[in-house]
Design a protein around this ligand. Structure first.
Ligand code: UD1
Length: 368
C-alpha cells in the first residue's frame, strides 16, 4: 500500500478536482467571496488570491475572520496607487501566480480595479473567466467602477447576473448567450449573518433605534472639499444622530482638507465596522445615508429606508419599490424620505432567495 503524506494527498485532490481560483482585493469582494467559497469548495479545488488593494485590517483581515473565509493562498500586496498603476501592478503580479496554480476557471467579483486587472490577465492567458455580479450599470462612464464592470463583462466567458435588470443590460450589449441569472450572493451572506446574529429579517420583529447609519467613500463625494463638507453638513442637520463609519479614504480626506469633525456635532465619526457589526447597526437603524453600492441593497433587504448620495444606482429596484432615493448632498426632504410615511413595497425581492452562490457554481460547472 502506498501511504501519501499530507502534501501529496493535497496534490492528488488538486489533480482530481477542477481547479478554480478567485481573485479579490477590496472589502465588498470579501463579502461575496464568503458565499462563493462555501459553495465552490464543495465542488472544486478552490484557491484564493488577494491582490492587496485593501490592506487595512478593518477593511480586509476582519472580513476573512468574521465571514469564515480561509486565509488567501496568495497575497499580491499591491497596496494603493493611481487607478492605472494599481491596475498595472495587479496585472503584473497576478500572471505568474495563475501560471503556477493553473486553474480551469478564474472567478472575478464586482467592479474594482482588482476585478478588471484579473479578468484581463485571465482572458489573455486563455483561462475561462466568470464574472460574479455581472451586468450592473450606472451608465456613468466617469465612475471608475463603471469602466471596470463593462470591460470585465466583455472579457468574461460567463456573466453571472444578480438581477433581471442586470440580465437586460447584458442582453443590450450582446452578451446574453454567455449570461446566467443566479441572483445576488450578498443575499446569501446577509441571511447567514442574520441567522448567526439571531436578528429577524422581518422589520416589525426588530428594535427601531433612534439613529441613522452613514458611510461615504466614493471618489465623487470625497475628492472635492466643498462636496465633502456639503455631505457632512447634510448629515449634521438630520433629526436623529448619525453614526458615520469612516472608510480610510474618507479619514484621509478629512486630514487633507483639515476638516474639524467637531463642527458637525450630530455626526459620530467611527472607525469602519466589520460586516456583522454593520449589519446589526443597519438592521436596527431608522435609516441609512450612503454612497455604497452594497449598503443601499443591504438596507433594502433589511427594509431600512436609505438615501443614496449619488446621481445614479446600479440597483434601480430598490428605488422602484420605495426604499431608496438618489440625492445630491444638499437635496431637500431627505429626513422626510427616511422617517416619513412613504409608500413602500414590503413583499418583493428581486435579488433571489439566498441560493445565488449555489446557482453560480452550478452555472460555472455547466459551462466547463
Ligand atoms: C474600492 C473600489 C470601490 C469599492 C470600495 C469599497 C475601485 C476602483 N474602487 O474603492 O468600487 O466600493 O473599494 O471599499 O477599485 N486606503 C487605505 N487603506 C486601504 C485601502 C485604501 O488607506 O486598505 C485608502 C488609500 O488612501 C487609497 C484610497 O483609500 O488611495 C482608495 O483606495 P482604493 O482601494 O483604490 O479604492 P476605494 O476607494 O477603497
Amino acid at each position: 500500500m502506498v501511504v501519501l503524506d499530507a502534501g501529496e494527498k493535497l496534490k492528488s485532490i488538486r489533480d482530481v478536482l477542477m481547479r478554480i481560483v478567485s481573485v479579490v482585493g477590496a472589502r465588498p469582494q470579501f463579502v461575496k467571496l464568503a458565499a462563493m467559497h462555501l459553495a465552490l469548495s464543495k465542488r472544486a479545488y478552490h484557491s484564493i488570491i488577494h491582490t492587496g488593494q485593501h490592506y487595512d485590517p478593518m477593511l480586509s483581515d476582519i472580513f476573512f475572520s468574521n465571514l469564515d473565509i480561509p486565509h488567501p493562498d496568495v497575497n499580491l500586496s499591491v497596496g494603493s496607487g493611481s487607478h492605472a498603476s494599481q491596475t498595472a501592478s495587479i496585472i503584473t503580479a497576478l500572471e505568474p501566480e495563475l501560471e503556477r496554480l493553473d486553474p480551469t476557471w478564474l472567478v472575478v467579483y464586482g467592479d474594482t480595479n482588482s476585478t478588471i486587472a484579473a479578468s484581463l490577465v485571465g482572458a489573455k492567458m486563455g483561462l475561462k473567466v466568470a464574472h460574479l455580479e455581472a451586468g450592473l450599470r450606472s451608465f456613468n462612464r466617469a465612475m471608475p467602477e463603471e469602466v471596470n464592470r463593462v470591460l470585465t463583462d466583455h472579457a468574461s466567458d460567463l456573466c453571472l447576473a444578480p438581477s433581471a435588470t442586470a440580465m437586460d443590460n447584458l442582453g443590450r450589449e450582446g452578451l446574453l448567450d454567455r449570461s446566467v441569472m443566479v441572483g445576488d450572493v450578498m443575499v446569501d451572506v446577509l441571511y447567514n449573518t442574520l441567522n448567526k446574529l439571531e436578528i429577524s429579517l422581518n422589520k416589525s420583529e426588530r428594535l427601531e433605534g433612534r439613529y441613522l447609519v452613514a458611510t461615504i467613500h466614493r471618489q465623487e463625494n470625497t475628492e472635492e472639499e466643498h462636496t465633502l463638507r456639503a455631505v457632512f453638513a447634510t448629515l449634521d442637520t438630520m433629526p436623529l444622530p448619525v453614526r458615520l463609519f469612516t472608510h480610510p479614504r474618507l479619514r484621509n480626506r478629512i486630514g487633507r482638507f483639515s476638516i474639524n469633525t467637531r463642527e458637525y456635532p450630530n455626526v459620530e465619526f467611527l472607525d469602519p465596522a466589520a460586516y456583522p457589526a454593520l449589519i446589526r447597526e443597519v438592521a436596527n437603524a431608522a435609516g441609512v445615508l450612503t454612497d455604497s453600492g452594497g449598503l443601499q441593497k443591504e438596507a433594502f433587504l433589511l427594509r431600512t429606508p436609505c438615501v443614496t448620495l449619488r446621481a445614479e444606482t446600479e440597483w434601480p429596484e430598490t428605488i422602484q419599490l420605495g426604499w431608496n432615493r438618489l440625492a445630491e448632498p444638499k437635496a431637500e426632504g431627505l429626513a422626510d424620505f427616511l422617517l416619513g410615511n412613504q409608500e413602500r413595497n414590503h413583499d418583493t425581492n428581486p435579488y433571489g432567495n439566498g441560493t445565488a452562490a449555489h446557482l453560480a457554481v452550478e452555472a460555472i460547472l455547466a459551462a466547463t
